[in-house]
Write a protein that binds this ligand. Structure first.
Ligand code: ADP
Ligand code: MG
Length: 710
């Protein structure tokens, strides 16, 4: 009987119920999963290095294990089994020679190898090359071996399922693979010179040479990016078929508000504000991301948008991820609307209810929730998302640092954006704000359905935050400097990292809480008892209750503490103008963009501010990265350096974007991302329902149903 893609894996030849169970652990349940199960890496026995030219400089691979794998081809001169004296390990030791030289090759605890590795026989060996400081010679360790040049795919393994076993199973699927239906429209394949699906999948599993393998990888990477992009373009296109209330506010009215502000807008603030107003003058819902570095003045833009909305009779909800931030927004809005006292602004968080122009502080306590929720601009935390809360005439929803909200809260937010306006079938306009610098490619790849407004230019009065990497032996000097700052009345932040430990290439084990807490607590103890016993020190970490955290921040803001030791929870945009020093421990563990966010916590007032980076790393790459913070002040540029040097992992640390997992593609592959996005746009422009492209439509539905993309 013919095998089909949907067949259960356990009915394949060579798989029983027991092995099927193990395959399930790898996510392989039906034949399709196996066909699309990609190798993790390849052992290339086609590119051989002459023994004399093997890379001897082992230090270059430090910190990047697995980098020093090399392949040699040679004859066996002699073989011996030995015992190590102390460890009682059995070593098979072989001398291998080619025309250029000889090298020692060792295997551990596999004495039976001796009978295969006959002197005079020729082998191709692929393995880790290391310089033994003990015997002062170059050694190849536990290599894999073949007789003929070939490229062997290595699949992710699990207990009881080896890469070789998967290799055999996949080999049995050649007929299924060769009848795969290619969902990519021919025009697209032609335009971008992509391999067809059958060749691509075949080459991935049974590579002919490295060049074709690269073409295969490119095709499959394109597919991933294309599907993500397609989803964004469909969402964007569908918006054109939804209704929103068009605002009727005139440009002159908005100008009046802008003129009333206590400062002149920067060019980028100006441009972003008009982009937003133009969007809202249409009767389709705006969906826009306002991306601007910390301190770039996003709040003023949000206030301008809010003003435009209330002038045409609509209402605005502004959501922030924490109480402190919501309160700061409330205060900023009060100031920015200072000349428009008739505009009512409300604040609702778990602990606070406030409305302006409704009496003094006493009135606040008596306020009932409905008064707050009835304001024209309602600012708050997720406390706003309680059930039964409805916002009449809601025209604009602004969300600050949306990625900081939990999954459930984000779902509730979508409800908020639908519910109140369902009655008249209008959706509110939506403005998302973030200080996380998102490089253009990443935006294109992930958030293609959001239009983008960028604020890159900072208000003119900003002082540069002086940033220095502090060498370990200069730590005391830095402490002295900090002491003087505190004596002069300033406050200090100290950030300790979340610690992530890599267990092996495939599995990243994270013990956020245990280790995170430990390091902050330890540092807190050290600073408060040993280094700065004369100052008041507080600590903050993710394991504390939100209320506790908020209290500490409020007290720190009020100047009750000199030093705040914290994990990265501090990163969100809190504003303490009196803080002038940001000190970061184990700085090499953070992404550059994230450190940039941290240092944005200082320099918010009139005081010259400083950022000190501490690190014990000796990796030249890590040090170069830290040094770049001294000279580069542009968050977007730093995010790009991150993307180039460390991949998008750091970005996701900050974005917490859920389970975005690319198997073949990389978010740093700018050219492919651009192609995929362009192709998706073209397809959707032509046929938004994909009805002309039935197999693409089918593939897209499978993609949508899979959970790998939040
Ligand atoms: P962020 O983009 O980080 O949210 P804010 O909106 O909090 O930045 O603005 C940071 C500070 O800069 C605020 O104190 C704000 O009043 C001030 N500000 C905003 N725009 C300007 C401007 N064009 N000129 C001078 N100061 C500005
Ligand atoms: Mg802000």
């Amino acid at each position: 009987m013919e095998i089909t893609l949907e067949d259960k894996i356990q009915y394949l030849k060579g798989v029983g119920p027991k092995l099927a169970g193990k395959l399930h652990k790898l996510g392989i349940e039906v034949v399709r999963d196996l066909v699309f199960y990609w190798p993790r890496r390849y052992e290339d026995y086609t590119h051989v290095t002459p023994i004399a030219q093997l890379n001897r400089d082992v230090s270059w691979s430090n910190g990047e294990p697995g980098q020093n794998y090399q392949t040699i081809r040679g004859k066996i001169l002699g073989v011996a089994n030995k015992l190590t004296s102390r460890q009682r390990m059995r070593i098979t030791e072989v001398m291998v020679a080619d025309e250029t030289g000889t090298i020692k090759v060792v295997w551990f605890n596999q004495p039976f190898l001796k009978q295969y590795l006959k002197p005079g026989s020729e082998w191709i060996l692929h393995g880790k090359v290391a310089y033994s400081t003990f015997t002062q010679e170059l050694v190849m360790e536990s290599p894999s071996r073949v007789r003929q040049p070939m490229i062997v795919p290595i699949y992710p393994e699990t207990n009881g399922i080896s890469s070789g076993y998967i290799n055999k199973l996949v080999a049995g699927l050649k007929p299924v693979i060769s009848s795969l239906e290619d969902f990519l429209p021919v025009e697209i394949k032609a335009k971008y010179q992509l391999l067809d699906l059958v060749s691509a999948v075949s080459q991935i599993h049974f590579p002919k040479d490295m060049e074709t393998l690269e073409k295969a990888r490119e095709r499959l990477a394109f597919d991933e990016l294309f599907l993500i992009s397609l989803r964004a373009h469909i969402a964007k296109e569908n918006r054109n078929y939804q209704k929103a209330k068009a605002i009727t506010t005139s440009e002159d009215q908005v100008k009046g508000f802008v003129d009333s502000l206590p400062f002149e807008l920067t060019g980028d603030q100006h441009k972003s504000s008009w982009q937003i107003i133009k969007d809202m003058q249409r009767d389709v819902p705006m969906n826009r991301l306002l991306n601007g570095d910390v301190g770039s003045g996003k709040t003023a833009v949000a206030a301008i948008a809010s003003y435009a909305v209330i002038q045409s009779g609509g209402r605005v909800v502004v959501m922030a991820p924490t109480e402190v931030l919501a309160t700061q927004h409330y205060e900023s809005f009060q100031k920015l609307f200072g000349r428009f006292p008739k505009v009512s602004i409300g604040l609702l968080t778990a602990n606070f209810k406030r409305v302006n122009n409704l009496g003094g502080p006493d009135a606040e306590k008596k306020l009932d929730k409905d008064r707050v929720l009835g304001a024209q601009i309602v600012i708050g935390t997720h406390a706003l998302l309680q059930k039964n809360v409805e916002f009449e005439d809601l025209s604009l929803v602004i969300v600050d640092e949306q990625h900081r909200f939990g999954v459930a809260q984000r779902a509730a937010l979508t409800g908020l954006m639908g519910s109140s306006s369902d009655k008249d079938l209008h959706k509110p306009h939506f403005l998302s704000m973030t200080a996380t610098p998102i490089p253009r490619t990443l935006h294109l790849a992930l958030f293609g359905d959001l239009d983008l407004s960028l604020i890159q230019e900072k208000p003119k009065n900003r002082k540069e935050i002086k940033t220095r990497y502090v060498e370990p032996h200069n730590r005391d000097k830095a402490y002295e400097f900090i002491r003087k700052q505190i004596q002069a009345g300033r406050q200090v932040f100290v950030i300790c990292p979340l610690i992530e430990e890599k267990e092996d290439e495939d599995k990243v084990v994270t013990d956020l809480f245990g280790l995170d807490k430990k390091s902050v607590v330890k540092e807190y103890e050290r600073l408060s008892k040993e280094i700065f016993p004369e100052f008041r020190v507080a600590m903050l970490h993710g394991k504390m209750k939100p209320k506790e955290k908020d209290e500490i921040l409020v007290d720190y803001y009020a100047g009750k503490y000199h030093i705040l030791v914290s994990t990265s929870v501090i990163e969100v945009g809190i504003d303490v103008p009196n803080a002038s020093v940001m000190m970061i421990e184990d700085a090499e563990r953070f992404g550059l963009a994230q450190i940039h966010q941290f240092r944005g916590r200082v320099g918010r007032g009139e005081h010259q501010s400083f950022c000190f980076l501490f690190s014990n790393t000796r990796s030249p790459l890590a040090l170069r990265r830290l040094n770049s913070l001294e000279s580069v002040a542009d968050g977007f540029r730093l995010a790009e350096i991150d993307l180039e040097t460390r991949g998008p992992g750091d970005m996701f640390g900050t974005l917490q974007s859920g389970q975005i997992e690319l198997k073949m593609a990389s978010f740093s592959d700018r050219i492919l991302i651009e192609k995929a996005s362009e192709a998706a746009a073209r397809v959707i422009e032509e046929d938004r329902t994909l009805s002309q492209y039935s197999s693409l439509k089918q593939r897209f539905e499978v993609f949508e149903a899979s959970k790998h993309f939040e």
